[in-house]
Each structure stands twice: as C-alpha cells, then as structure tokens.
Design a protein around this ligand. Structure first.
Ligand SMILES: Cc1cc2nc3c(=O)[nH]c(=O)nc-3n(C[C@H](O)[C@H](O)[C@H](O)COP(=O)(O)OP(=O)(O)OC[C@H]3O[C@@H](n4cnc5c(N)ncnc54)[C@H](O)[C@@H]3O)c2cc1C
Length: 400
C-alpha cells in the first residue's frame, strides 16, 4: 500500500482567489514566518487565458487594507479614482426622470477607485509568492475531515493537517458541498456583461449607473478615453447583450452614456458572468471558517463583493492573530463564533440591500415607476443621506 505523507501547518485555505491571497498576506505580515499557511487551488490562474477585462471598484476600506499591508504604492498607479457617482432610472439618459448626484468622498478622501481585477490579483499574488511561510498547491481536494482538535485534508497522496480550515473557494464552493454547509440562495435570472470601451470624450472620473427595467448598467472610469461597462440583464433580454459581447453592436451602450463618452471607438475584452444571491447560514462549521464569495455571493450593482470579502479577512485574521499571540487554539469554536458575530451584520445588510435595489428596479412593472423615481429623487434631496450613502459604500464605518 502506498504510504501517505503528512504535513502540518497552522491554516489550510482552499481557493487561491483574491480574498484568499489578501488573507494569507495579512496573516503573514502580522505574524511573520511563525504562521505556516497552505493554500490549495484546483487550477492556476493563467493571466493569458483570461481574455476579459473586469473593472473592480475598490472601496476606501480596501484601500486602507492595502496601505496597512504596504502594497498601496504598488497598486495606486493602476487605479482610477471616482470623484462623482451619478445614478438615474431611465431607459435613456436624455429622459432623465430621476437623478442622484453623489460627491464620492469621505472626509476629503476619495471613497472608491477602479482597477483592472487581473492587475490587482497579479500584484497581490506576486507579494504572497515572496513569502516562504506560504505553500501553494495546485490539486483537487479529495477529502476533508474536521476532527475535535484537528483538520485533515487529503490532497493527492498527501494528508495535510491544521488547526483551522478556511473555505475561500468562491461562489461554487466545493468545501461547503463536502461539509454540507447550508446557504440561503436564489438565482437572479440575470447575467452580467463586462467589457472595455474606448470613446471620443474624456472620462472625468465619474461613475454612472442607470437602472433600466431590464437591469442596471454601469460606466466606470478606466483612463481618459477608456471606460468599463458592467451591464446586468434579465435572461429574457440576453440576446441583446450577446450581440454586444460579440462586438456586433455598441449602440445600446452609446445611447445610455453618450453625454459622458461621446462615441464608442472600440469595444472589446468582454466577458459574461452568471449572477446569483447566496449567503451562508453560518460563517463557520466546526473548524472551518468561510470567507469571500464562498460565504456571500451578491449582486454586482454596487461593486461590493470583493470589498465585503476583504472585510471578512480583516476580521478573521484579527481573531487568529489574537489567539496565536496567546498560544490559544486558532480554530476554536469561540474564536470562529466571534468572527461570525462581527461579520454577519455587514454581510446581511449589504447583500439584502443590493438585492432589494435590484428587485425594485429590474422589472417592467409600470406602476412601480413613480416609486423608482421617488427613491432616487428623495435621496438626492437629502444631503446627510447622500453623505451616509457614500460613507456606507466606502466601508470605513464597519467595526470588527
Ligand atoms: C460582473 C461582476 C462585477 C463585479 N464587480 C465588482 C466590483 O466592482 N467590486 C467588488 O468588490 N466586487 C465585484 N465583484 C465581485 C468579485 O468579483 C468577487 O466578490 C470576488 O472575485 C470573490 O473573490 P473570492 O476570492 O472570494 O472568490 P473567487 O475569485 O471565485 O476565487 C475562488 C478561488 O477558489 C478556487 N476554487 C474553486 N473551487 C475549488 C476547489 N474545489 N478546490 C480548490 N480551489 C477551488 C478557484 O479556482 C479560485 O481561484 C463583481 C462580480 C461580478 C460577477
């Protein structure tokens, strides 16, 4: 019989996405080589294979995280600050039945920036690759056992053990499936198109979101004559979006944003993404903590998924660091309960708020039109509410 190697570390993370990498980096920056981390991913993220460009809106809480990790100076040159956010509900901007204009600053600091997701991922993975306490393994997880005081994970002919397992394997998490961890989930019956456009008019660092009856469409600044479009569309209208993603038609996008972009010169780097809502009932199970999209998959209309996941990792790593410093069990139920208690309110409030907004606006129920306009116009008329919307989106008020 073949002998199985056993290898022990402090934390095993399944999934090497952006959430996982920030998590491993933060733990390592605080605890140094004392903490040994294993990351398992089923596949390499080969940058050349990914043809789409997806703009990621990173909020001030994420910027502050990057600053604390000493990587903001590497990231900032690739970002595009958003100075203003314009939100409306109309089929075409010219009709302009409702309009919300937000000054996107919190205490004079810019509240969010746009970055190409791949660029951010490359910078963070280059930083984690420098650290000798992090081992990255590309393999499938064959089996997971959560014992009273230990986790054991079977990968090929190896048994990996640790005190804590972290599920960071995204919205289709197999760790959750293997451990039978339940979520509250529903499909959106929508897909999102992401593409890059070059246009004649300069982008003045304004993000524009138009709530159409078929789903929200957002324009995000990515340089003077370049913007990213994220367009969520109900499945019934998917033909319209498929034409655009094939590059056949750009007129629909131009029509929405012509005041800001003029004419579209080029449209490419498109990708289509399935959308769903899912929040785990509990953020831990025995010795397994759940972070990022594995814990919560939310509607992208406010560009908050990654930001929410990164707030998970700040909270969970703080709990681990405290336990580690005092020689306590980092995977204890007490520790993970604290993580759940501190994170669930932020996760639920965000997930349900974006779900509610999508439900209100993405439909053809004409009797709702006055309400749709009323909500936006009301928000625009109350300066304190506008400030608190921007502060809420920046994530800086969340306490861990
Ligand atoms: C159209 C769209 C626009 C978005 N815009 C924004 C935005 O502007 N701002 C924002 O903050 N968020 C945005 N998001 C959300 C954001 O993309 C996600 O929240 C984020 O990518 C989640 O990161 P993650 O690391 O948790 O999961 P993932 O990125 O899904 O990473 C999971 C990792 O786990 C690995 N994995 C999967 N299964 C296994 C397995 N069985 N074993 C081992 N490894 C496995 C995968 O290979 C992958 O590397 C957007 C989402 C969409 C769809």
């Amino acid at each position: 019989m073949k002998q199985q190697n056993t290898s022990h570390s402090d934390v095993i993370i399944v999934g090497n996405g952006i959430t996982s990498q920030f998590f491993a980096l933060r733990l390592s920056k605080i605890l140094g080589r004392r903490i040994r981390i294993k990351i398992i991913d089923k596949e390499r993220k080969d940058a050349d294979r990914i043809k789409y460009v997806r703009a990621l809106s990173i909020s001030l809480s994420t910027v502050n995280l990057c600053k604390s990790l000493g990587i903001w100076t590497l990231i900032e040159p690739h970002t595009h600050p958003i100075y203003k956010i314009f939100i409306s509900h109309s089929e075409s901007y010219e009709e302009k039945p409702s309009f919300l204009n937000l000054d996107n600053r919190v205490n004079d600091e810019v509240a969010s920036y746009i970055i190409d997701e791949k660029v951010l991922r490359d910078i963070v993975s280059a930083e984690t690759a420098k650290l000798s306490n992090i081992d990255l393994i590309y393999a499938d997880v064959d089996d997971i056992k959560l014992e009273t005081d230990l986790v054991s994970v079977k990968v090929r002919d190896q048994i990996l053990t640790s005190k804590l397992l972290v599920a960071a394997d995204g919205r289709k998490s197999t760790v959750k499936k293997q451990l039978n961890i339940k979520s509250v989930s529903w499909g959106y019956d929508q897909v999102a198109l992401s593409c890059l456009i070059e246009h004649t008019k300069n982008n003045e660092n304004i993000a524009v979101e138009n709530f159409l009856n078929t789903g929200p469409i957002a324009l995000l600044p990515m340089g003077k004559g370049t913007s990213s479009v994220i367009w969520s569309v109900n499945r019934d209208n998917v033909d319209q979006i498929e034409k655009i993603s094939n590059g056949d038609s750009k007129l629909s996008i131009e029509k929405q944003f012509k005041n800001y972009i003029g004419e579209i010169i080029k449209l490419d780097n498109s990708g289509l993404f399935e959308l769903n809502f899912s929040v785990v009932q509990k953020l831990y199970f025995k010795r397994c903590a759940i972070i990022g999209d594995a814990a919560h998959s939310i509607h992208p209309l406010a560009g908050q998924g990654t930001n929410l996941g990164l707030r998970d990792i700040i909270c969970l790593s703080d709990k681990i660091v405290d336990a580690f410093k005092y020689g306590l069990d980092i995977g204890s139920t007490n520790n993970l309960q604290e993580y759940q208690r501190k994170r669930m309110p932020d996760i639920l409030t965000s997930a349900l708020a974006y779900d509610g907004i999508n439900r209100l606006y993405s439909n053809n129920i004409s009797s709702l039109n006055p309400l749709k306009d009323f909500v936006i116009n009301l928000a625009d008329s109350i300066p304190v509410l506008k400030k608190s919307l921007v502060r809420g989106g920046s994530g800086v008020s969340i306490r861990y």
